[in-house]
Design a protein around this ligand. Structure first.
Ligand SMILES: NC(=O)c1ccc[n+]([C@@H]2O[C@H](COP(=O)([O-])OP(=O)(O)OC[C@H]3O[C@@H](n4cnc5c(N)ncnc54)[C@H](OP(=O)(O)O)[C@@H]3O)[C@@H](O)[C@H]2O)c1
Length: 322
């Protein structure tokens, strides 16, 4: 992974979260703020591994990759302060919102967008709208989701876009190209939908959108039940910890879950989702991941009480997690 110097303009919720997430990956963070000497920035600098806190023009000068993480109202002034941004990559995380009488509203739509305004203000910069479609809570910890949260990236320059997609993926998002800068007309209302869920409809701010591909076409589920009579549960779990690494790396395996009976610790059920029966029986069983998988668990084969493939039925409801 190539390490970058990233200037983040704005050290508020989003700016500080992104700096804290990128710095441990080896990127150098420079914050550009309007009051660099203010003590509230000390902890932000610390969480981004000793990031420098400088003025907005200084930060913009010191990096080719700039993140615009300020309030929408301050965008024109902040961009003007940056000076020459020609040729630089500008990641615009803002949403064009107004906050009149405590009512949050989207101020652009249909035939233009905030992202296009930003591109017009700095016409020779490579502007990308992204990281505007989820809360900073999501950006700070992208783990524990059953499917990777999606994050779209809109902007014009293909070579620079791949760099932005990579930075977004490094945070843990399913980063996807949403087309040119005009696609901000879709991405900003879509961000507003998330915001309304958070502020009006009771979704806590860890909720995130996912963009999922159906996989059950030929998907099958394998259940393997064990009744341990010769081995201890601890030994069994240790062996499966090794074996599961080979399920992790086998592309035919869509996921698995090993559960232990709450009433009898010697009983286990392993559930494995496979792309299809041939993918399991031909692809996995005849591929490179099966021999080391089998080697790790072969001692337990005599303790298997059931091993069958099951097909999905229409009665499926995913309520949480699995
Ligand atoms: N909150 C979210 O979950 C979220 C998610 C996605 C996108 N966004 C968007 O990301 C942007 C930042 O949101 P946030 O939640 O991080 O906001 P925030 O916590 O209120 O931080 C806003 C930042 O903008 C700076 N700022 C405001 N006016 C300025 C000015 N005139 N000159 C220079 N800097 C100025 C503030 O600096 P001071 O500290 O000096 O006041 C602060 O660093 C917004 O456009 C928002 O729509 C937010």
């Amino acid at each position: 992974m190539e390490h970058k110097t990233i200037a983040i303009l704005g050290a508020g919720n989003v700016g500080s979260t992104l700096g804290a997430a990128w710095a441990p990956l080896g990127h150098t963070i420079i914050y550009g703020v309007r009051d660099p000497g203010h003590e509230r920035h000390n902890s932000v600098a610390q969480t981004a591994r000793g990031a420098r806190i400088v003025s907005i023009p200084d930060a913009a000068r010191q990096a080719d990759l700039i993140v615009l993480a300020v309030s929408w109202a301050s965008v024109p002034k902040v961009l003007q302060e940056c000076g020459n941004l020609d040729g630089k990559t500008l990641i615009d995380v803002t949403n064009p919102l107004s906050f009149e009488n405590d009512i949050i509203a989207l101020t652009k739509g249909f035939n233009t967008s905030g992202g296009e305004d930003v591109q017009r203000l700095v016409p020779k910069a490579h502007v990308f709208k992204t990281l505007n479609q989820a809360s900073f809570t999501v950006m700070g910890q992208i783990s524990g989701y059953p499917t990777k949260p999606v994050m779209f990236v809109a902007g014009n320059s293909a070579p620079h876009k791949s760099q932005v997609l990579s930075l977004v993926s490094q945070l843990g998002f399913d980063a996807r190209d949403a087309g040119p800068i005009e696609s901000c007309r879709f991405l900003e209302p879509y961000a507003m939908l998330a915001l309304e869920q958070y502020v009006k409809y009771g979704a806590d701010s860890s909720h995130a959108f996912a963009f999922m591909k159906r996989q059950q076409g030929d998907e099958i589920v394998e259940y393997i039940a064990y009744q341990l009579t010769q081995h201890t549960p601890d030994a069994f779990l240790a062996s499966y910890t090794t074996a599961c690494q080979f399920l992790d790396s086998a592309p035919q395996c869509l996921g698995y879950e090993l559960t232990q009976c709450a009433d009898d610790a010697n009983r286990f059920i392993l559930r494995i989702r496979w792309q299809s029966a041939p993918a399991h029986l031909e692809g996995f069983r005849k591929g490179p991941h099966f021999p080391p998988f089998l080697a790790a668990i072969k001692d337990y084969i005599p303790e298997i009480t059931q091993m069958c493939h099951y097909l999905p039925t229409p009665l499926v409801r995913v309520k949480q997690g699995l």
